[in-house]
Design a protein around this ligand. Sequence first.
Ligand SMILES: Cc1cc2nc3c(=O)[nH]c(=O)nc-3n(C[C@H](O)[C@H](O)[C@H](O)COP(=O)(O)OP(=O)(O)OC[C@H]3O[C@@H](n4cnc5c(N)ncnc54)[C@H](O)[C@@H]3O)c2cc1C
Ligand code: SF4
Length: 357
Amino acid sequence: MNPFRYQHATDVSDAVAIAGRLADAQFIAGGTSQVDLLKEGVQRPAVLVDIFRIGLSEITGLQGGGLSIGANVRNSVASDHLLIRERYTAIAEALHAGASQQIRNMASMAGNLLQRTRCPYLRDPAQRCNKRDPGTGCAAVEGFNRMHAIFGQTDEGAQSPRTCIAVHPSDMAVAMAAHEAVLVIYSRLGERRIAFEDLHRLPEHDPPRDTNLACDDLIVAIELPAFRGKSHYLKVRDRASYAYALVSCATAVEMDGDRIASARIALGSVAHKPWRLFAAEAMLQGERPSEELFRRAAEVGLEGARTYSMNGYKPDMARVLVARGLSEMTGLTPLQGTAGTAFAASVGGIAGVIGGS
Ligand SMILES: Cc1cc2nc3c(=O)[nH]c(=O)nc-3n(C[C@H](O)[C@H](O)[C@H](O)COP(=O)(O)OP(=O)(O)OC[C@H]3O[C@@H](n4cnc5c(N)ncnc54)[C@H](O)[C@@H]3O)c2cc1C
Ligand code: SF4
């Protein structure tokens, strides 16, 4: 592990001032992601700014019916919060389906969104990885790429300094994308809001950068706009608990009578960021739910997917999840578990069943 200075921030302004003043500063909240990366030598900050005791741990209602969740609210608190379970069910389900109860008790909301990819080569200094050591190449392209991207990746070959085919691992981020969350950011320049879609980025020509945040950008809250429909998260993984998604899907649907007023669909573990299916969403608006419609939407959503030697299963798995999520949200098929729990989110294993569409 590289040596670093450790500093407690006293409040939001203090945290941002330290991060802005000192080069190579990074924040730490619950530390469940950050500490591993420090030990593995992937993160090498000069200063670690501890923000876990500066507040930001409230969940409050917003005018117009939305909800504001403080950046330091623990994942376990958010997953069990009544309003989140009732109004933003996909978020509660995604949280329940992630990590373990012990980790969720420590993990913060902002930290969850900013966790780094679980690509195994990022954490192995003996392997080529443009994200960890820019310019060294990408071992995943010709290596173990079972978990890797099918959309939005940069692939100019294993030797290229630009290649990265990693996926973002957060479950909750996928549900936040479907709910079109807004991030409240505080920096030396003051406060601003950014759309969730603009938080994470594709690797493009700069694989080390995961997000569009600057180093002194502190997330202070996540705002959820009012939502009067139903939302749902589905996750396929190797084990029924304590495993990252192979593919996941969040759907948020509002109905107008027997027609779909709006549908938002986001896939997880298919790209460097939660992947919205905008074209599929557009074709659903104003339509009456039917299995045929949802199968077509899934086809449209998965157009253009590009697979590798070991992840050819992903497009089919994603199509099944999209159609099943829409079908469950519009009442064509019943939920396979209690809404707001990991049982509703889990597909396969002991907690759920494959198929449903
Ligand atoms: C064994 C294991 C299994 C896991 N399984 C899953 C899983 O199945 N699904 C899943 O989604 N996740 C999973 N996780 C990841 C877990 O959810 C994250 O580690 C956790 O949410 C990170 O939160 P934290 O508060 O500990 O973040 P930290 O580790 O403290 O920080 C993570 C990153 O966020 C930044 N950061 C934190 N707060 C802020 C802020 N307010 N503003 C700006 N930057 C900030 C830090 O600088 C750092 O870069 C797993 C983790 C482990 C260790
Ligand atoms: S996919 Fe990205 S994170 Fe993984 S080895 Fe390639 S460059 Fe590194």
